[in-house]
Design a protein around this ligand. Structure first.
Ligand code: TYD
Ligand code: MG
Length: 469
């Protein structure tokens, strides 16, 4: 009989241990270790399809058949054509479409639009000819049809439901794999992976054991059969993708669906992508008939941007394009020594640094002020080029002054309060000009001239603050 080995896996960070503990020794989360039983014969079997040579073979007996190849003899993976979904923004985040045999995990808050995006993508793919399997583990098949009809109403492709889109409302792994074998689809969507269970595992659906085993098997099956696998994952109360580290290494790409469910804009960001750039974002807007692509990045910005104290627009680079993002700040009287500093969509370490620079180099007294900052539109900004606009927003909020109309700012700020160069200034200026800005504060020494745009060089943060009126 096969021996079963027991491990304890942290549901937060994915580390595994031989012994149970109340607190994960790696990430420090309490009560997160769950028992994980590994049946040795089952793991050997589960690993087989993914790494087996085309001739098959299993275990030690067939070891002679498996062969390492010189790297030049290996077929180029780059040449495998990608499966383009036709939803431009989604393809962009994926790095140009789905790679056959790859697995993509899409995570996001409930109600953000994961199922809608997956159904739209599955529908588009099915129209290309090959079957697509949509496994709905949360909603009934009738509900999916209803949603698909609603999405098709205003689709610019076709108002008919795609015949090649197969829906399976099931949560049993064996039945899902069976259907996949029968259909031989181009892509399989699993909505959501947390609900899938394997019958012979003594663990509840959604537990670490089930999640790990089911995902592994689905991924291996996808690799063996060559179809793209799209997994929908939930986000936990703390905002992490449930079992993030647990699933991250098993899939080729992790996409995060972000945005505020009470606002229309949605951002799909690649957290990890083995086949593309993680800087790319896909922009969507939730409409009455599904997710619409926001191809013009100007859509993120409020239509009429009026000057307001504490609000500065910044052209930020995100992958292959430039987006104009409004950065807002608010200061309010707090308590000396325990003043709050909050950053939404911005880096909080950068915020702390900028507040210190504002105190020291621009003589703004912020020690007893609560400072709240955010990037409007739900986009996360990690670029240092947003330093100057952020510092100006804080200073503006504190001094109750704003930049003149149609003025944007860009620049990195050093610890001495100097404004430093940013990369690809030309693209940023072109985008600002395209969206109707007439003046941009830029780091001194930039000799760029853009027609119709007044570039105003600033040397230091102090000098930039003088521009606030
Ligand atoms: P859904 O895709 O079910 O979210 P998730 O799978 O991430 O939980 O989308 C849910 C929200 O989207 C829901 O509140 C209704 C809204 N919605 C629209 O506004 N328009 C639409 O066409 C659809 C299908 C959904
Ligand atoms: Mg859903």
């Amino acid at each position: 009989m096969a021996k079963a080995r027991t491990q304890f896996v942290c549901s937060h960070c994915g580390s595994s241990f031989a012994k149970w503990a109340g607190r994960c020794p790696d990430c420090g989360t309490w009560d997160a270790l769950e028992e994980f039983r590994i049946d040795k014969s089952a793991t050997q079997d589960a690993h087989r399809p993914a790494f087996a040579s085309p001739a098959g073979g299993s275990g030690v007996d067939d070891a002679s058949r498996v062969q390492a190849l010189p790297i030049t003899d290996i077929g180029e993976a780059e040449n495998t054509p990608r499966i383009v979904t036709g939803i431009g923004e989604f393809d962009r985040v994926l790095g140009g479409g789905l790679v056959p045999g790859s697995a993509v995990l899409l995570g996001g808050d409930p109600g953000i639009g994961k199922s809608t995006l997956m159904l739209q993508a599955a529908g588009r793919l099915a129209r290309q000819g090959r079957p697509v399997l949509y496994v709905s583990a949360e909603e009934s098949a009738a509900q999916i049809r209803l949603r698909a009809e609603r999405l098709a109403q205003h689709s610019n492709v076709s108002h008919e439901l795609p015949e090649n889109l197969y829906v399976l409302a099931d949560t049993n792994l064996a039945r899902i794999v069976e259907q996949t074998r029968k259909l031989n689809p181009a892509a399989v969507v699993i909505d959501s992976v947390q609900m899938i269970y394997k019958g012979d595992l003594p663990a509840a659906p959604g537990s670490v054991t089930q999640l790990r085993t089911c995902t592994l098997e689905l991924v291996y099956h996808a690799k063996a059969a060559g179809h793209a696998l799209l997994l929908v994952g939930h986000v936990t109360k703390s905002g992490n993708l449930a079992g993030p580290k647990l699933l991250e290494h098993m899939v080729d790409a992790v996409l995060a669906f972000e945005g505020d469910r009470y606002h229309a804009h949605r951002v799909v960001r690649a957290v990890k992508n083995r086949f593309g750039n993680t800087l790319e974002v896909g922009l969507f807007e939730m409409t009455g008939t599904g997710l619409a692509e926001v191809t013009d990045a100007g859509g993120l910005l409020a239509k009429e941007h009026a000057p307001r104290p504490g609000s500065v627009v910044c052209p930020v680079l995100s992958g292959s394009r430039c987006l104009l993002v409004e950065i807002q700040a608010l200061t309010a009287t707090g308590f000396l020594g325990s003043a709050k500093r909050k950053a939404t969509g911005l880096d909080s370490n950068r915020l702390a640094m900028l507040i210190a620079v504002l105190e020291k180099r621009a003589e703004l007294r912020l020690a007893d002020q609560d400072v709240f900052t955010s990037s409007v539109g739900g986009l996360k900004i990690a670029e240092p080029a947003a330093d100057l606009p952020l510092a100006l927003a804080i200073a503006g909020a504190h001094l109750n002054r704003s930049l003149p109309e149609k003025t944007a700012a860009v620049g990195e700020i050093g610890l001495g309060g100097e404004v430093r160069h940013v990369q690809q200034l030309e693209r940023r200026l072109a985008e600002a000009q395209r969206l109707g800005f007439s003046r941009v504060l830029v780091p001194k020494g930039s000799k760029l001239k853009v027609e119709g745009l007044d570039t105003h060089p600033v040397d230091s943060l102090d000098q930039a603050i003088q521009e606030l009126q």
